[in-house]
Write a protein that binds this ligand. Structure first.
Ligand code: F6P
Length: 329
């Protein structure tokens, strides 16, 4: 960027994630510290199309660090998928005098960011999604809090499953990725975890694991299913048909997206927001902020979108090895 930036917009887009507010706060406060004004764009890319905005001062982002959700609201915009919508968004940027946009969200948000950057609006992306499925970063804001929320729910379920000597099938979010399911499965000591990254062998991955667990003395079983691996209802039905027990099915759903962000999400969001604005202040843009080996990295958006992040299958093996009586496969 040749000219010094004076005013930026910040928005949250896609599914919300705990820690988005912490990122917004960090963007606003770092901007002000650099003499840059900050405009909050409400309801993601749709808000940019509709000129839906609010001025953000240092004070206006007080007391949001600990709040779940996003004070800027969020949306998935169909209009932004069209050339017409994007041109209206550019017009809003010009009308508001925005020199750049900080977009907080997941892959979908960054695909939007790429399109906007191609129309001449500088953009920096900050990854936030409970799915942790953004290729260019080890970590996405919200993942740890969502894991802890799911763990808390499943621990409660375990109490009642243990008392009644039942089998529980729990569906967790994650879209097409199994990060949430596998991390949670390890942390709750699941009998089995089903993830989209591994083709399901129902007999071996579910039936035999319940049977082995039962043979080693367990009388309750916890099956964690990633939403991308299938429906918990179906899995429950198949378990009943195969073994004759009657599982209770729980779909955790959107409860996993709510709640106060934990330490990791507040801290990571604050660092990412800070680095995003510093990049702009130093003349770098059209990039995504990420974490790598504990530090912060920046990658051009186009390259970032091509990066793939694979589920660590060694963790799957570890999960399998933790069951009583289980032979390491
Ligand atoms: O991407 C976050 C996420 O919560 C996914 O895990 C889930 O598949 C999806 O969003 C749900 O989206 P919606 O809020 O539109 O129901």
């Amino acid at each position: 960027m040749e000219k010094k930036i004076k005013r930026i917009g910040v928005l949250t887009s896609g599914g919300d994630a705990p820690g988005m507010n912490a990122a917004v706060r960090a963007v606003v406060r770092t901007a002000h510290a650099n003499g840059i004004e900050c405009i909050g764009i409400r309801r993601g890319w749709q808000g940019l199309i509709n000129s839906d905005f609010v001025t953000l001062t240092r004070e206006s982002v007080g007391h949001i660090l600990n709040r779940g959700g996003t004070i800027l609201y969020t949306a998935r915009s169909e209009d932004f998928m069209t050339e017409k919508g994007r041109l209206r968004a550019v017009a809003t940027c010009k009308m508001l005098g925005l020199d750049a946009i900080v977009a907080i969200g997941g892959d979908g948000t960054f695909r939007g960011a790429l399109e906007l950057s191609r129309l001449g609006i500088p953009v920096v992306g900050v990854p936030a999604t409970i799915d942790n499925d953004v290729g260019c970063t080890n970590y996405t804001i919200g993942f740890d809090t969502a894991c802890n929320t799911a763990i808390d729910c499943i621990d409660r379920l375990r109490d009642t499953m243990q008392s009644h000597e039942r089998c529980s099938v729990v569906e967790v979010m994650g879209r097409n990725a199994g990060f949430l399911a596998l991390y949670v499965g390890i942390a709750v000591g699941a009998t089995a975890v089903l993830v989209p990254e591994k083709e399901l062998d129902f007999q071996k991955d579910v039936v035999e694991r319940i049977q082995e667990s039962r043979l080693s003395g367990n009388t309750h079983f916890m099956i964690v299913v990633a939403e991308g691996a299938g429906s918990a209802m179906d899995i429950g039905r198949r378990i009943q048909e195969a073994i004759g027990i009657s599982p209770r099915v729980t779909v955790l759903g959107h409860i996993q997206r709510g709640g106060s962000p934990n330490a990791r999400d507040r801290e990571t969001a604050t660092r990412m927001g800070y680095y995003a604005v510093n990049a702009l202040a130093e003349g770098r843009y059209n990039c995504i902020i990420g974490t790598k080996e504990g530090g912060i990295v920046e990658l051009p958006i186009e390259e970032a979108l091509q990066q793939k992040k694979h589920l660590q299958m060694d963790r799957y093996k570890i999960m399998e090895a933790m069951q009583f009586g289980s032979a390491v496969r």
